[in-house]
Design a protein around this ligand. Structure first.
Ligand code: UTP
Length: 296
């Protein structure tokens, strides 16, 4: 059983500056929820009970969103705002969150390594909050099912057009059984012309504790950072690793265009917002960009 999950959230979020000068990018809201809440909810729905959030020294604010706020709750109670009260109490219900520190942003692999003591010697889930997945069964839950069958690390992959594979990590596989691929190699941001496949790695992992030894051996790679993909490459020399082509709707909130598109899509997914949003989008699309219709 996988009980623990790591959420690396110590990156600089430079793509969103100056919005992220003070506010961690994981707290930027998509509709009415901070980005990170989507990953926490997904992990909880898959049976995770303990989440280790890797934070930078200035990001203590992140954990506060998941801690109870008795004063606010009392205020809502006395104003009869039951719906808001329930949604507040549901945040991270049944999950214990703790933070570990990554003193400086030396890369995703380094962030995961910082969680080693908190994870201990057991397999764990790892969720990057920049990727949001919506599915009947949570993506990390689909991956935990594969872990139960195979007993090895599981990576999440999605088929993308070849000309976009260079933005992701990609896998070389030997065989596949339905949507589970036996991985031979992983390549970070390949040249599309020579990419080993069109299967792109996205931000969900189930990892065996063997990853920590591999990370400890991994030096700085692309961008001078310790890359998780490089450690997975090392892990492959000692353990099998598989990839799951998951079933879910995928949204990127790690880039500004992705973030804007996700906000519109998830806004439209809400019945109480859809009619107004659709009506506005139709007027917007037929207006000149420098003369948008009023949003009031
Ligand atoms: P990203 O590279 O997408 O995030 O890392 P970033 O570095 O914050 O963003 P930009 O490129 O500057 O805009 C993927 C995930 O890994 C975490 C990030 O917080 C994000 O959730 N991360 C990255 C760390 O925790 N530590 C790091 O040193 C780097």
């Amino acid at each position: 059983m996988i009980r623990k999950a790591v959420i690396p959230a110590a990156g600089l979020g430079t793509r969103f500056l100056p919005a992220t000068k003070v506010l961690p990018k994981e707290l930027l809201p998509v509709v009415d929820r901070p980005v990170m809440e989507y990953a926490v909810t997904e992990a909880g729905a898959a049976g995770v009970t303990e989440i280790i959030v890797v934070v930078s020294p200035d990001k203590d604010m992140l954990l506060r969103h998941f801690a109870p706020n008795p004063e606010l709750e009392e205020g809502l109670e006395s104003r009869g705002k039951q719906r808001q009260l329930q949604s507040l109490r549901a945040i991270g219900a049944g999950i214990t969150l703790r933070s570990v520190l990554q003193e400086s942003p030396l890369g995703l692999g380094h962030a995961v390594l910082m969680a080693q003591d908190a994870v201990g010697d057991e397999p764990f889930a790892c969720l990057l909050p920049d990727d949001i997945f919506l599915a009947k069964q949570p993506v990390i839950g689909q991956m935990i099912d594969v872990y139960r069958e195979r007993g090895c690390s599981v990576l999440a992959v999605r088929r993308v057009p070849r000309d976009t594979i260079g933005r992701f990590g990609s896998i070389r596989f030997s065989t596949h059984e339905a949507s589970v691929y036996t991985i031979e190699d992983v390549v970070e941001k390949p040249d599309p012309a020579v990419a080993p496949s069109e299967l792109a790695l996205l931000g969900r992992y189930v990892l065996t504790p063997g990853i920590f030894a591999a990370l400890a051996r991994t030096g700085r790679g692309a961008g001078g950072e310790i890359q998780l993909t490089d450690a997975i490459k090392q892990l492959l020399s000692t353990e099998p690793v598989v990839a799951l082509e998951f079933e879910a709707d995928y949204f990127d909130v790690g880039t500004i265009p992705g973030f804007l598109k996700t906000s519109i899509a998830l806004g439209r997914a809400r019945e109480d917002l859809r009619v107004e949003l659709d009506e506005y989008l139709q007027r917007l699309i037929s207006s000149p960009p420098d003369r948008p219709p009023s949003s009031a």
